[in-house]
Design a protein around this ligand. Structure first.
Ligand code: BTN
Length: 269
């Protein structure tokens, strides 16, 4: 079942969406599904690009994303939101909430253990199981398209991870000792994403997606180091603000709000 090639018809069978995933491109191999989606960005909103493997999968900050064949969900969604540029990073939180719900629905065994590490990591048992990479194309000062890439370690065994990731990363298979059907998880994520996305577009507020990110946050209450390219500060995370920004109290007692952008976050305790 699970080691077979991804079957788009089976995804469609579980889809309840209007637009997302109604056009699916399934590939055996590609450099990166985000790059492929970008090459197809003249196509309609909702296009889903899936690949069994990525030869140049990438994460945030130009990191490599290990994407072995047939073992994970390596997918990208083409979005054409009517949103101003500053709202685009919030789509990562919409994606994180959808992944959370999609996983929770299929794997209730993990209930209470799935956490969102703001803004884009999904964790189980304190290890990274997935991540989201949001990229956009702009033109004439406005957003032309957004590519939301989701990587999820589903059926990877220990040896499928590069040695340097084996302690920090995990998969559903490693956590439960069972193989999972990728198609159902993909459909669950798209179903959840479309609801949250439409709410966000109509109300320009994160709404339920924000509640999911808050209630299942890996960082609220934690001491963290917040870094950009130049410097890092230590702080305690107080909450997520209404726009999904991170609200922190710095060591000097001052409050600050941080929007995701090029920020990385390390949990310190
Ligand atoms: C991160 O945690 O840094 C984000 C990882 C995002 C990985 C996914 S896999 C599908 C899509 N294609 C890519 O090249 N990256 C994203």
């Amino acid at each position: 079942m699970t080691q077979l090639r991804l079957d788009p018809d089976r995804i469609v069978k579980f889809l309840q969406t209007k637009t997302l995933g109604r056009e699916i491109v399934r590939l055996d191999s590609v450099d990166s599904t985000n790059s492929e989606c970008k090459r197809r960005s003249s196509e309609k909103e909702g296009l889903l690009v899936l690949s069994e493997e990525q030869t140049a999968g990438r994460g945030r900050f130009g990191r490599t994303w290990a994407s072995p064949k047939g073992k994970g969900i390596w997918m990208s969604l083409l979005l054409k939101p009517d949103l101003p540029l500053p709202n685009i990073p919030q789509l990562t939180l919409v994606g994180a909430a959808a992944v959370y719900r999609g996983l929770e629905k299929e794997a209730d065994y993990f209930s209470g253990q799935i956490k969102i590490k703001w803004p884009n990591d999904i964790w189980i048992s304190n290890k990274k199981i997935g991540g989201i990479l949001t990229e956009m194309q702009t033109g004439a000062g406005s957003v032309q398209s957004v590519i939301l890439g989701i990587g999820l370690n589903i059926n990877l065994a220990k040896e499928d991870f590069p040695p340097e990731l084996r302690t920090a990363a995990t998969s559903l298979f490693l956590e439960k000792g069972e193989l999972f059907e990728r198609e159902i998880i993909i459909a669950n994520i798209l179903n959840e994403f479309e609801r949250f996305y439409l709410e966000f577009l109509v109300q320009r507020k994160l709404g339920e997606a924000l509640t999911v990110c808050r209630e299942n946050s890996a960082v609220i209450g934690k001491k963290v180091k917040v870094s950009d390219q130049e410097m890092g500060i230590e702080a305690r995370v107080i909450d997520l603000g209404p726009q999904g920004e991170l609200l922190v109290k710095m060591n000097n007692g001052k409050l600050a709000s941080i929007i995701s952008g090029e920020i990385s976050l390390q949990i310190q305790g």
